[in-house]
Structure formats: structure tokens, C-alpha cells
Design a protein around this ligand. Structure first.
Ligand SMILES: C[S@@+](CC[C@H](N)C(=O)[O-])C[C@H]1O[C@@H](n2cnc3c(N)ncnc32)[C@H](O)[C@@H]1O
Length: 213
């Protein structure tokens, strides 16, 4: 899907991926990552997820998101009664309030100053949202942003790819192993059946990825 189409989905409110609650698997599994007390978290393709605020408030972490459409970013700050400071950067507009900042623009053109800055990445419906041919670049970029012993909490979907076109694009355990296995140890934490549209044999899965030394 093209970036402009994502923005259009926000304009016409075709945003069934947006949850009106904090993702239960974030709350349930984040402790598996054994994160530092004052960590820094990166949330790729963040939308206006309530999880951003939960991470900032409940874990006390600094949160950095990236989102292409300005609509969810503005809604996020106003819905949380936060006044964001805006700063124009080379390829992005950076919105900041308290310990949450969101880059508005393309994930793939985030500045290299963000390399090696994050203790962990929270990926919910993000790797599965990008076009499959961009997965390798996505994984390379995420990996470059982590500190030495960085972790990823990955919430993804897999299903019979013949039954549904996506997004979300099906992402199997083997595909995750191929994409991340060279640099990370991967722990499969959970798997639950789901049904969405014409999707057959759909599952929601949770993984912990730990950067190898
Ligand atoms: C499936 S939604 C997931 C949103 C969020 N992770 C959540 O849990 O609600 C994908 C989001 O990524 C944004 N997006 C897609 N491609 C992007 C890109 N290359 N850079 C920045 N944002 C992108 C879309 O606008 C959309 O809000």
C-alpha cells in the first residue's frame, strides 16, 4: 500500500487497526523483555496507539514514534490533553510533549541520529503493515536503531496468504526467523486464533527478539 493511501485511510476513518484500549499483550508480555528502569522505546508506524502513553506512563520510558499521517499524531496529543511542541526537520516534523515524541513522515527516511538510541522497539501491526518487498529494509532500519543489547516485542499476524491480500500481510514464524534470525535470538511467546474478513487460519502471535552480542 502506498503512503498516500494510509493517509487517506485516516481521512475516511478506515482505521479498524486502531484499538480503543491498550493492547493486552503489551501489558502481559512486556516484563519478558527485562528492560532497564529508565529506558527508551521506539514505536514504528505508531498511528495514535494508546500503547504510546501506556509505555510512557507505566514504564516511565521515553517514547519515540514515527507515523506518516499527521491526522493520528494531532489526534493523539489532543486526545491525551497534551500540547505538543512542533519542530520542522529535514524530512519530518517532530512533535514533542513530556516524554513522548512522534516524527511525522516516512519511517524509511528517519535520521541516522536515531541509530543505537533505543533499549527496545514495540512493533504492533507495523512490520505486517508495510509492503512485503520493504521488509528487509524495515528490519535493517529497526536493528540499526537499537542499543547493543536491544530487544523487540513483536505482535504480528499469520494466516493463509491465499485467503486475504492484506495489510496486515501474513508473517510466518519462518519469515520472522529469516528476517531477524541472523542478528537476534527469537522467543515465541504466544499464539491465539483470530478471524478477520476473509482471512483463513488466522493467528495473532507474540515474539520476543533479543539482539545477539
Ligand atoms: C496498521 S497501522 C498500525 C498503527 C499502530 N501500530 C497501532 O497499533 O495502532 C499502520 C500505521 O503506519 C502508518 N504508516 C504506514 N507506512 C508508514 C511509513 N513508511 N512511515 C510512517 N508511517 C507509516 C499508517 O499511516 C498507519 O497509521
Amino acid at each position: 500500500m502506498k503512503l498516500g493511501n494510509w493517509h487517506e485511510r485516516w481521512q475516511i476513518r478506515n482505521i479498524n487497526f486502531h484499538l480503543s484500549q491498550v493492547h493486552p499483550d503489551l501489558i502481559k508480555y512486556v516484563s519478558e523483555l527485562t528492560l532497564p528502569a529508565q529506558g527508551r522505546c521506539f514505536v514504528p508506524l505508531c498511528g495514535k496507539s494508546l500503547d504510546l502513553e501506556w509505555i510512557a506512563k507505566n514504564l516511565g520510558h521515553q517514547v519515540t514514534g514515527v507515523e506518516f499521517s499527521p491526522i493520528p499524531i494531532q489526534e493523539f496529543f489532543s486526545e491525551h490533553n497534551l500540547t505538543a511542541h512542533r519542530e520542522n526537520q529535514q524530512n519530518h516534523v517532530l512533535y514533542k510533549a513530556q516524554n513522548i515524541e512522534i516524527y511525522q513522515g516516512d519511517f524509511f527516511s528517519l535520521p541516522s541520529t536515531l541509530n543505537h538510541q533505543f533499549d527496545w522497539i514495540y512493533d504492533r501491526a507495523s512490520l505486517v503493515a508495510i509492503n512485503p518487498e520493504q521488509r528487509k529494509d524495515y528490519v535493517k532500519k529497526c536493528t540499526s536503531m537499537l542499543k547493543e543489547d536491544g530487544k523487540i516485542l513483536l505482535l504480528s499476524f499469520h494466516y493463509d496468504p491465499e485467503s486475504f491480500e492484506g495489510p496486515p500481510h501474513s508473517l510466518s514464524k519462518d519469515q520472522i526467523q529469516k528476517l531477524y534470525g541472523g542478528a537476534f535470538s527469537i522467543t515465541h511467546l504466544a499464539e491465539t486464533p483470530i478471524s478477520m474478513g476473509s482471512m483463513k487460519d488466522g493467528f495473532h502471535a507474540v515474539y520476543k527478539l533479543s539482539l545477539l552480542k
